[in-house]
Design a binder for this molecule. Structure first.
Ligand code: UDP
Length: 322
């Protein structure tokens, strides 16, 4: 059985939908930001908190857990700056409780959701896993702390792990049964689509004076199902024993500016957006684009969805979840 912590959240629920095809799955989620309806009904669902040893003890004693995949974290850069305690509490301290329980029950395989925010403001066009990690906000630091902890646990206790550094997750499941639903929503693609559905008056572009060709920030958008599949490759490698520890970027290798994303949304939906130029958002690097060739070479994974496909899947989801 695989334990998916945070399996009711946006990325976790997409992973669960793929994973139940081949594995028995138990999801632990406190539903603070996730949704019960998003959990595939083929998975066992347990409502509980990864920071609560008693909740974990129940799951680890009831099921024969082979590996743990950990998605349960807070992930908003801006919020982490104003409320770092929340980030160090939920992303670091609670994860330590989970790791402690894993060691106690001799579960030594772990897939960890990390982030491009561990790189800070990189001085390269294409970020590789060897690019220096210099996070510039508590969110990125909380994730990097766990990466260091995993390396120490590996040496000391024989923990095997795969760290996946996500770039910009977007899009929805092909069935449109699940998709991105945050409250409040802060991410670019859902905000544009909500605007095009008439739910917001305009789109604010955060900064148009960056050192990029059109002045707006460039990001690497990756479909959530592509992300989910990378986790399957990772856990298979750990279970087969072909990997003991690894850290991989997950992106498309393509960068799109905020303006290009808005243009593509207009194209996909056939609607015109009302765009307002606004101030920079604190903590936003100008450009974050991944090289994902390491995971391609080592595990055979590659992103398959284009930006247009990402946006059309999200559009289908937003129209029906309105
Ligand atoms: N962005 C924007 N307007 C918005 C939301 C986001 O201009 O209403 C920009 C943001 O500054 C960043 C990019 O869109 O450059 C992607 O932001 P998002 O919050 O989706 O993801 P992040 O890169 O912060 O993880």
């Amino acid at each position: 059985m695989i334990l998916v912590v945070g399996g009711a959240g946006y990325i976790g629920s997409h992973l669960v939908k793929e994973l139940v095809e081949t594995k028995e799955v138990v999801v632990l989620d406190n539903l603070s930001t996730g949704h019960r309806w998003a959990v595939d009904e083929r998975a066992v669902f347990v409502e509980g908190d990864l920071g609560n040893a008693a909740d974990l003890e129940k799951v680890f004693s009831a099921y024969n857990i082979e590996a743990v995949m950990h998605f349960a974290a807070n992930s908003l850069v801006g919020e982490s700056v104003v409320d770092p305690l929340k980030y160090y509490q939920n992303n670091v301290a609670a994860t330590l409780t989970l790791l402690q329980m894993m060691m106690k029950h001799d579960v030594k395989k772990f897939i960890f959701s990390s982030t491009a925010a561990t790189y800070g403001i990189p001085d390269v066009d294409l970020i590789t896993e060897d690019t220096a990690t210099n996070p510039i906000n508590p969110y990125g630091r909380s994730k990097l702390m766990i990466e260091h902890i995993l390396a120490d646990f590996s040496k000391a206790y024989g923990l095997n792990y795969v760290v996946l550094r996500y770039f910009n997750a977007a899009g929805a499941h092909v069935s449109a049964e699940i998709g991105e639903k945050h409250d409040p929503e802060t991410h670019l693609i859902p905000i544009i689509l909500q605007h095009l559905l008439g739910e917001r008056e305009h789109i604010a572009v955060f900064g148009s004076d960056y050192d990029t060709p059109d002045g707006t920030c460039i990001r690497d958008y990756i479909h959530v199902t592509d992300l989910a599949k990378a986790h399957i490759f990772g856990v298979e490698a750990l279970l087969a024993g072909t990997k003991e520890t690894a850290t991989y970027n997950l992106g498309n290798g393509l960068g799109y500016s905020v303006k290009e994303v808005i243009d593509t949304c207009e194209k996909v939906t056939g609607k015109k957006a009302n765009v307002v130029m606004s101030d920079r958002r604190e903590g936003d690097p100008a450009r974050l684009v991944a090289s994902s060739s390491k995971i391609h070479e080592e595990l055979g994974w590659k992103a398959e969805y284009s930006l247009e496909e990402i946006i059309s899947s999200a559009w289908k989801w937003h129209q029906q979840s309105k």
